[in-house]
Design a protein around this ligand. Structure first.
Ligand code: RIB
Length: 323
């Protein structure tokens, strides 16, 4: 059997400093939280771990990233390696701290996150060039936006040069999204991110009624240049806008939410694994919905990411009419 092509994730690795809280406090308010823990995270590392847990044996998952020369960096490297992610292209950067994310998780499982990028901000186009040989052989390259935008733009250009399939999770949404970043095969924002990309800020502007329609939002984003858009909508599933402009809604799963942290990362990684296995986009989105749903059932980013068996089981239950 020919060797499977690798899946490559280019992006961030953070130590998550997580505090459970009865609710997210209002500005200027102090409240008492519950337990505080450090958990390996970072959108890039979460996606790499999720892909490694979901991929069939024989598919290598590689990460291109930077961590600092500190204890958090070592712990992140140990953790992602233990999950089976290849770290040959993860560079330990001297004299700089590993990225950290301050995360509050409320009783409904909703979170709010602020990231201090640290070493992630040093991930450079040269780091991507150093991995070009591997990228050229990849079935899919996945990116997010916790690393410099020029590095992401450079990665997209390299992938286009080699004809490699690309997925961009546009999170966090930058103040101004460079046009080149839309040049991917699949863009995977959630609804809020999609609205921000389109310049609709619900907290500041009045959202025109028509713009709230996920199908319309997705179509408007598609016109910016991505070959397809998959709008993540949590337990409401996803809206898929294909390259021909065709729109499909893919049903979500009803599950008990413990913590939504990294659910979007599980979704994006599952999409990549499904593409690597040759699934068509609608089927890949069903698989991704199941992965995202399971990720919500446990606390913390990487420990809560689902394995293949759990996703196949949930999909099987749906097929038998159980969901
Ligand atoms: O998507 C969840 C992730 O966002 C967290 O693990 C945190 O590190 C931030 O990057």
């Amino acid at each position: 059997m020919p060797e499977a092509r690798p899946i490559v994730i280019i992006g961030s690795a953070n130590m998550d400093l997580v505090l459970r809280t009865p609710r997210i406090p209002a500005p200027g308010e102090t409240i008492l939280g519950e337990n505080f823990v450090n958990i390996p995270g970072g959108k890039g590392a979460n996606q790499a771990v999720a892909a490694a847990k979901l991929a069939r044996p024989g598919t290598q998952v590689h990460m291109v990233a930077r961590v600092g020369d500190d204890d958090f960096g070592q712990r992140l490297l140990t953790s992602i390696t233990a999950y089976g992610v290849h770290t040959r292209h993860v560079t330990v950067t001297e004299g700089i701290a590993t990225g950290v994310a301050m995360i509050l998780v409320d009783r409904k499982g909703e979170n709010s996150i602020v990231v201090a990028p640290g070493a992630n901000a040093k991930l450079s186009p040269a780091d991507v060039d150093a991995a070009e040989g591997m990228i050229a052989t990849a079935s899919v390259v996945v990116m997010q936006l916790e690393v410099p935008l020029e590095t992401v733009a450079h990665t997209i250009a390299i992938c286009q040069q080699h004809g490699v399939f690309t997925i961009l999770d546009p999170a966090p949404v930058p103040p101004k999204m460079p046009r080149a970043l839309y040049g991917v095969d699949v863009l995977t924002p959630n609804q809020r991110e999609a609205e921000r990309l389109l310049g609709i800020n619900p907290q500041v502007n009045v959202v025109p009624k028509r713009a709230e329609d996920p199908k319309l939002i997705g179509s408007r984003l598609l016109s910016r240049g991505s070959r397809s858009v998959v709008l993540k909508r949590g337990n409401r599933g996803a809206v898929l806008i294909g390259r021909d402009g065709e729109i499909r809604t893919v049903k979500g799963f009803n599950i008990k939410v413990v913590d939504t942290t990294a659910a979007g990362d599980a979704f994006t990684a599952a999409l990549a694994v499904a593409h690597a296995e040759g699934m068509e986009l609608p089927e890949a989105v069903r698989f991704a919905n199941a992965a995202g749903a399971i990720a919500c059932q446990s606390f913390g980013a990487q420990p809560g990411l689902p394995g293949r068996e759990a996703v196949d089981q949930l999909m099987g239950e749906r097929a038998r009419g159980g969901q």
